[in-house]
Design a protein around this ligand. Structure first.
Ligand code: PLP
Length: 345
């Protein structure tokens, strides 16, 4: 197996070409075989439903090379289940959990040489996506679908240790509608959030922290990540129908309990921001992105957390606990990782 000429530690969260991707098509009422492709392109009808009416959903998960040399994929059944919910949310054909998992195993095995070595902090990012591909001009769900899974090695999110981020809030932007598609993982939500993200960047912030779109009274999503706050040994995260249920967040809730913390999933009124000891965003990309400062652009209010440039104690503990499980450094007591079996060469 020849090693690709990559500097693993220096990789960012961007696309690097790998050897293969896998695809599976739903046609005539059934899913076909898993196909292996070495092409980076999808031939598609110019009237494909995904191109015109946004029938597209995706997932994001990772494979890690562990301390023991084994390759672990983190909680892929949860991604498979969410992929079904996303498909159903925009009237697409849902892919069975077992087929999804089979595709993940296959695409990871086919690209073994791109799984970064242990100790580099890098990992193999797996990106499944589903698109409606049948030709359509009238607005209706497609009757043919394609699921593609591509992988790409990504570097450590924090190259120089944990760096707290600065985020902003504005009532001028919503990510999703009150009874819209916020709780499913679809490209349309991302398209709708690009302007807000650009605005935040222009003003020098990492992301926009969204308020609930109905009352603008409660904390919702933090960019394209979940939010949690810590106070009085309690992990608190928004309970909201417009937040995408993050698998990282779900896992951190369990680990917080393991660490003896209380866990609360409830509405978080804006007024509670000043009572938190620590705040963080969480998701697959970074696990935790500690928040050092929140600026409310509408009234000039500024909230700060912890020491300048330093992540909070509990956020760090939770981050280390989750990373430890993913890299096989600590026992996987919850059974979250699947070890990928490679054939003897
Ligand atoms: C994917 C995603 C998250 C994070 O989910 P994880 O399963 O932890 O990666 C959070 N919010 C949004 C909007 C997302 O799309």
């Amino acid at each position: 197996m020849n090693e690709p000429n990559l500097e693993w530690e220096k990789l960012s969260f961007s696309y690097t070409k790998t050897d293969y991707n896998v695809r599976c098509t739903y046609k005539d009422g059934k899913w076909g075989p898993i196909e292996v492709s070495d092409s980076e392109y999808v031939p598609m009808h110019i009237a494909a439903a995904c191109l015109h009416y946004g029938q597209e959903s995706f997932e994001g998960l990772k494979a890690f090379r562990g301390k023991d040399g084994k390759v672990r994929v983190f909680r892929m059944e949860e991604n498979a289940k969410r992929f079904i919910r996303s498909a159903e949310g925009i009237s697409m054909q849902p892919m069975p959990v077992e087929l999804f998992c089979e595709m993940v195993r296959k695409v990871v095995k086919l690209n073994e040489r791109f799984i970064p070595p242990y100790g580099t902090g890098a990992s193999l990012y797996i990106r499944p996506l589903e698109i409606g591909i049948s030709a359509q001009v009238g607005v209706a769900p497609a009757d043919e679908y394609m699921v593609i899974m591509l992988v790409t090695p990504v570097g450590p999110y924090f190259k120089n240790g944990f760096k707290p981020i600065k985020v902003c809030m504005s009532r001028e932007y919503d990510r999703v509608a009150p009874k819209g598609t916020g709780s499913i993982k679809i490209g349309g939500n991302y398209a709708a959030s690009l302007n807000a993200g650009q605005k935040a960047h222009e003003l020098g912030y990492s992301v926009m922290l969204y308020l609930d779109p109905k009352e603008k009274e409660y904390l919702d999503e933090c960019g394209a990540a979940n939010f949690f706050g810590v106070k009085d040994n309690t992990y608190i995260t928004p309970d909201s129908s417009t937040v995408l249920p993050s698998i990282t967040n779900m896992s951190l809730c369990e680990l917080a309990k393991d660490l003896g913390m209380k866990v609360e999933r409830r509405q978080i009124p804006l007024s509670e921001l000043e009572t938190f000891e620590e705040c963080s965003a969480c998701g697959t990309a970074a696990v935790c992105s500690p928040i050092g400062r929140i600026d409310d652009l509408d009234n000039g209010k500024v909230y700060t957390y912890g020491e300048e440039g330093k992540a909070g104690e509990m956020t760090t503990k939770l981050y280390d606990a989750l990373r430890g499980i993913q890299y096989g450094e600590v026992p996987d007591e919850h059974g979250w990782c699947e070890i990928i079996e490679f054939d003897e060469k």
